[in-house]
Design a protein around this ligand. Structure first.
Ligand SMILES: Nc1nc2c(c(=O)[nH]1)N[C@H]1C(S)=C(S)[C@@H](COP(=O)(O)O)O[C@H]1N2
Ligand SMILES: [Mo]
Length: 503
């Protein structure tokens, strides 16, 4: 007599098969290339397809843990589909197996869409799909009653294999990046950056030294990281080159060796992300070592009709920067160093762009390999294609860092924070307690108009609840707007406030 296995057993069979497939897929990805990982490939495509609201939500909910959240989501969806595959296989074989196999095909297709993808990148996902499909097929086979025992033994065996596979796969996933990174990291560690002219004097007093206030120069390890790269690109500088082409008189190709031989200069620029919420921490300030993009463009000779430079990264991200911002006198550079070291891998090693005054999404391309001189009405960049504004000048903003605690001692307390509008400069900061009048804070000496400045003000708080608010004044004489706007499409506005209880 023939009978079907139970529904629950079928769903579990689907899940066990998919888990085994995914585990093996991840393991094989380690051997081929970390970026060929089924999870990384699908995750990367989802990142690139995600609408603006979804990306905003992810950053708002998970901050810089948004990538982990995405991987968890993909895992959950995969398990759901796998369970469905098991259920389908139970009633309509072999369609469940086909569905399981399609998961692998989806991963393979995703892997192929990546910039600079190797054809071998399809292997981990196809293998994962094949294992999933065969697993579902074998596990959900109709059984006859005398095979009952056999089934449960077989089920136990396959579940164990699946468990082992996922364990190995997870370990592989976590070491994959590290193994590949360690090779490039070793190369990076051996690099001796040339000494440079400096436009990076930090004036006496720029660092107020107030506990809880973000330091005026952000250490690399604390520097915010925002990008669409699920797996950090690992680029051997020996393989790196930059091509400058498009609307130019002469095409230029620059190698790592040629770049390092140019007279590099140090400059200090504060980078800010357009996704930063009012009061948020997607901003940091570093001493960058690099070469002016202006000089390279002058050599290439942009044609008169050009008004934009589309920069591309090794992993396919693009940014559209106004040509003017790259040819005027500001320190728009191809950066190779960050706070005295080669760029950290996650901040764009070996070469990235840094452009004072513009949000990162239109200017700060990491792992940059290509500059196409073009026009705004001809080319669109990664985020402009997703509804963000084509030009992204940084808005006037200020943030309260201190007091950090929500409870403070009544009486005199110091309020301190940072204020910025890169390439315009900050002229002042004002602070208000509750509905009181605006009081002028003390500004620390600015490094330059391209960096944030620290500010502080002692205020007196009666016992009870208070709201402390700050606003910046620009060097152009503008006052930071109180109008509340979300990050999309061109940067958040509004005043930052902190609620504290004085006891
Ligand atoms: N290749 C690449 N470069 C990129 C991005 C990216 O997604 N990919 N994101 C940009 C954005 S949105 C910002 S805010 C800055 C952040 O630079 P950081 O991670 O070094 O702080 O990098 C920019 N450069
Ligand atoms: Mo950003």
């Amino acid at each position: 007599m023939e009978q079907r296995i139970g529904r629950r057993a079928a769903a579990w069979a689907g899940i066990a098969s998919a888990v085994a497939g995914a585990g093996v897929g991840e393991l094989v990805a380690v051997m081929i290339a970390p970026r060929s990982s089924p999870f990384a490939s699908i995750g990367q495509v989802l990142i690139d397809l995600a609408p603006t609201w979804a990306k905003d939500l992810a950053i708002a909910w998970f901050g810089t843990a948004d990538k982990i959240a995405l991987l968890v989501l993909i895992g959950a969806v995969m398990l759901g589909v796998a369970a469905v595959a098991g259920l389908v296989e139970r009633v309509r074989p072999p369609w469940g197996a086909v569905l399981a196999g399609l998961l692998g095909v989806a991963g393979a297709a995703a892997a192929l869409t990546r910039a600079n993808a190797d054809p071998l990148a399809v292997v981990p996902s196809l293998l994962a799909g094949a294992i999933g499909a065969v697993g579902v097929r074998l596990l959900v086979r109709r059984r006859t009653s005398e095979q009952d025992e056999g089934l449960s033994r077989r089920g136990f065996l396959i579940a164990s294999i699946a468990g082992a596979a996922v364990g190995v796969g997870a370990a592989a996933w976590s070491t994959a990046g590290r193994v590949a990174e360690s090779t490039v990291n070793a190369i990076r560690a051996a690099i001796r950056l040339p000494s440079a002219r400096t436009a990076a004097e930090v004036p006496e007093g720029a660092e107020l030294g107030i506990e809880g206030l973000d330091p005026v120069i952000t250490p690399n390890r604390d520097f915010y990281r925002i990008d669409t790269a699920l797996v950090v690109p690992e680029i051997d500088p020996a393989d790196w080159s930059l091509r400058i082409h498009g609307l130019v008189e002469r095409e230029i190709t620059l190698t790592w060796g040629e770049l390092l031989a140019l007279p590099l200069e140090e400059s200090v620029t504060t980078l800010a992300c357009v996704s930063n919420q009012v009061g948020g921490d997607l901003i940091g300030n570093a001493v960058w070592l690099g070469y002016p993009i202006r000089e390279l463009l002058a050599e290439a000779g942009p044609l008169p009709e050009a008004d934009m430079v589309l920069s591309s990264s090794h992993d396919g991200f693009t940014a559209g920067t106004p040509l003017e911002a790259l040819t005027d006198e500001r320190h728009a550079i191809l950066a190779v160093g960050m706070n005295g070291e080669p760029l950290p891998l996650e901040h764009g090693f070996p070469v990235r762009m840094v452009v004072p005054g513009l949000y990162g999404y239109v200017s700060a391309t990491k792992w940059v390999v290509d500059l196409e001189v073009t026009r705004f009405d001809r080319s669109r960049a990664y985020w402009t294609d997703r509804g963000w504004s084509a030009r992204g000048p940084i808005k006037l903003q200020s943030r309260i860092d201190v007091p950090r605690a929500t409870e403070v001692a009544a009486g005199e307390t110091v309020v301190a924070g940072v204020a910025w509008q890169q390439h315009v400069g900050v002229g002042g900061v004002e602070v208000r307690v509750d509905g009181g009048s605006w009081q002028r804070a003390t500004l620390a000496p600015a490094i330059s108009d391209d960096t944030w400045v620290q500010w502080s003000l002692p205020v007196s708080l009666d016992p009870g609840e208070h709201t402390i608010t700050c606003r910046a004044l620009s060097r152009r004489g503008e006052t930071q707007t109180a109008d509340v706007a979300p990050p999309a499409p061109d940067g958040a506005t509004g005043h930052h406030s902190r609620r504290v209880t004085a006891m």
